[in-house]
Design a protein around this ligand. Sequence first.
Ligand code: ADP
Ligand code: MG
Length: 380
Amino acid sequence: MAQSTSVDLSALQNALRSVIEPDQKKDLVTLGMIENLDVNPNGDVRLKVVLTTPAHPEKTAIETAVREAIARVPGVKSVNVTMDAKVRGANRHVAAGAAPGKGVAAIEGVANIIAVSSGKGGVGKSTVAVNLATSLALEGARVGLMDTDVYGPNIPTMMGVTEQPKILNHPTKGEFFIPPVAHGVKVMSMGFLVDPDQPLVWRGPMLHSVITQFCHQVEWGNLDYLIVDMPPGTGDVQLSLAQMVPVTGAILVSTPQEVAMQDVRKAYAMFDKVRVPMIGVVENMSYFQPEDSDKKYYIFGHGGGKILADKFRTELLAQIPIVPAVREGGDTGRPITVATPGAPTSVAFRTFAKRVAQKVAIMAAEGIDPASIIQIGRFN
Ligand SMILES: Nc1ncnc2c1ncn2[C@@H]1O[C@H](COP(=O)(O)OP(=O)(O)O)[C@@H](O)[C@H]1O
Ligand SMILES: [Mg+2]
């Protein structure tokens, strides 16, 4: 007969106190990240680890550390760890720290709103937004993608969405859009509303009302991250969005060459005006590397992303090379992160997405670092 062991729950808890969550630098027990800790008389331990995001870059390392810590407790025979996450909104800290104007209201059920911007068009803003959204969804997060680019609403094409959103008549709230889902992401786009052959002239108030609809009359449900593909530049949509909903943070996409001071100054002034914290810069089309060569060709110049990140006193989150499969992914509606998850560029997008999720989690846990919010006079 197998001898029954008795493992003390408190011994297991003590062991778990040796595992430190890298962002908040406290142990998992203190942070309340351990749930359903249980052990049977045979010494089989079960527990759930609840992280701040399913896309945490250290997820595997934390899981391993938990397994090892538990396995070291005398009497333990097996360890069954479930990894889970609860994404908190960083928005309320924005509200507290950055004092947005009147009328800013959260989107019900949406924890974090991340704006993807760029100084000019054609730099890969939509490509970055799409691959950020799909990467987060692949990590198990609940993700929405809102395409507010009135000049080139190409998110439906890039996500391979052919159906229109369904319209539901809510008894009290009026008309509601049910966003189509592609690659695990809920998608809403200006492209659904406008006829590409009948270009519209968008005026401020019209844009404002469409942005209102996109925020409050779309059935987003519960989302961890709502990614917003912005029109290029610093116009009405940016202002409308920031005046309407608490934007968690912005990602700025540029090519290496695009550091024209005039554009940077404009972008800087805009972010300052809307009080949106910077999450970081993505340098896209950084270089081209032929498949059969080690040599990198810096077609659009070198180092621009870093210069831009330094100017904004923020982080260079990623450098994405020029890769034909990235463009093909956009054209065929199967983003590279979905079509070829193992490709180096997909891995680069996934790493970038995890860093974004981690930064947002830190913002939610600690509040926004006021230094991350653009301040007038700090530009040089
Ligand atoms: N890293 C890349 N490698 C190859 N092609 C890219 C890359 N990034 C973007 N593209 C292509 O460049 C074009 C412009 O990108 P897009 O994301 O639409 O830019 P934006 O939204 O800033 O206007 C698209 O055809 C897209 O597929
Ligand atoms: Mg675009």
